[in-house]
Ligand binder design. Structure first.
Ligand code: CA
Length: 200
C-alpha cells in the first residue's frame, strides 16, 4: 500500500533526515532539506507491503525539529496517522508502525426499472438498490440510448427498436466490485399501427 511520510521542516531543514527500516535494512529514506523554510511540508509517498516497520527521524545538530515549528508523521494507505512526533527529540526518534489492509466487503449490485414493458421510443428510469455502500456505478443498457451511464439512478433511457433487452449494473467500492445482469429485462413493443396492420 501507499504510505506517506510528511516532514514539516523547521528553520534548519538541513539537519533533518529520516529512514524507514525493517530488520536492519533501510527501505526508504529522505532529507536533508533546505534551510530557512520553516513550515514547508515535504511529502514522500512510499509503496510498502502489509507488515511492520520502524520509522526513524534524525537531527544532525541534536535538537530535533526545533521549537514551535516542525513536526513529522507517517500515514498508512487509508490516511490514518501511524507515527507522529515534534519538538526536541535530540539526535533521533524512533516509531514502530504496522500497515494493515483495510477490512471490508465489496458491494452487492441490484436494481429496479420504472417499467419493464414499453412502446417504441419510450424511456425507462433505473434505480440502483445495491447494498454495501457502493461509490461507483457502471450501467450497460442493451438497445438503449444512451447505452451506458455512471449515474446511481439513470433517468430517461430511451429504446427505439422492438425487442427484449438486458440491463447490467456493476457497482464498486474500496474493497471490490459486483456485477448484476437481468436478461431480457426490458420489453419494447412495436408501434400499434404496425401491430394492427399485421392483424388485417
Ligand atoms: Ca534541528
Amino acid at each position: 500500500m501507499l504510505a506517506t511520510v510528511n516532514i514539516n521542516i523547521d528553520y534548519a531543514g538541513s539537519e533533518t533526515t529520516w529512514a524507514i527500516i525493517q530488520e536492519g535494512d533501510v527501505l526508504s529514506s529522505g532529507g536533508p532539506y533546505i534551510d530557512n523554510n520553516p513550515g514547508v511540508i515535504m511529502t514522500h509517498n512510499i509503496c510498502l507491503s502489509e507488515d511492520c516497520y520502524e520509522f526513524v527521524i534524525y537531527d544532525e545538530y541534536g535538537d530535533g525539529l526545533g521549537f514551535l515549528v516542525g513536526d513529522y508523521e507517517v500515514l498508512d494507505g487509508s490516511g490514518n496517522q501511524v507515527a507522529f512526533g515534534q519538538n526536541n527529540f535530540g539526535d533521533s526518534a524512533s516509531h514502530e508502525f504496522c500497515l494493515e489492509a483495510p477490512v471490508g466487503d465489496p458491494p452487492s449490485s441490484s436494481f429496479t426499472a420504472s417499467t419493464e414493458a414499453i412502446c417504441m421510443d419510450e424511456s425507462v428510469n433505473f434505480n440502483s438498490t445495491s447494498l454495501g455502500d457502493p461509490s461507483g456505478w457502471s450501467w450497460q443498457f442493451e438497445g438503449g440510448t444512451p447505452s451506458t451511464s455512471s449515474s446511481e439512478n439513470p433517468q430517461n433511457i430511451q429504446y427505439t427498436n422492438p425487442g427484449n433487452y438486458s440491463v447490467t449494473l456493476t457497482t464498486t467500492n474500496t474493497f471490490g466490485a459486483d456485477v448484476e445482469t437481468i436478461d431480457e429485462m426490458i420489453t419494447v413493443q412495436a408501434s400499434p399501427d404496425i401491430a394492427v396492420t399485421s392483424l388485417i
